[in-house]
Design a binder for this molecule. Sequence first.
Ligand code: RET
Length: 229
Amino acid sequence: MSAIQLPLLIGFAIMAIGSIAIFLHGPKGREFRHDTQFHSVVPFIAATAYLAMFLGTGVVEIGATQTFFPRYADWAVTTPILLAGLILTGLHEHPRHSTFILPAIILDVIMIATGLLAALSEGDARWIWFAWSCAAFFGVLFILWGPVKAIGDNLGGGIERVYRRNLVFLTAVWLVYPVVFAFGPEGLQSISTVASVWIVLALDVVAKVVYGFVATARFNTLPGAHANE
Ligand code: RET
């Protein structure tokens, strides 16, 4: 097994176990909640991506850098689910939640797609795509911290507290990804490929599994959280 395969295998195992653990941790019996469904499916998707990367499927050497296509495929699917989950936590009873979920998801998918374009291009083009991806990211953050937070603040009943805490957690973790990209093998090359795979693994575990537990536990504290959805 090569040095790069170890974190990928560990990633597969943590994500597979995390998916089952979040599901079992959720409400029992016939009760279904959007947050438990969302948060257990996210690590399952990641486990699939880590398995593919461990097997070398979709890992392509372009120029001097390795591009992990499954990583971007994973993010393109899981980050919209995490965003939809966060917005639904704040606004699940609000009739206009799709007004915010859709634009947030579109910007988010553009962020991941142009991040992949940055990884695939060279020279100035790489940094232009990086900057454009960051612009989309700021659009996502604007929606979450601006209108969604403002509406949530007026709903009361503890929703605003749960939303704000989840929002702070999500923002803090997500902001590290572009930093790792900028300093990693795709950017300034101050971090080696193996080190960057370990760092992204740690971030993915926090953003998907730890956040999944924390967010579902916080949702549990809301009155009415146990109603069938
Ligand atoms: C890239 C590179 C280009 C600039 C930006 C990026 C942002 C990535 C983010 C990824 C989040 C991933 C998560 C995965 C786990 O569920 C594509 C690295 C802004 C924010 C949360």
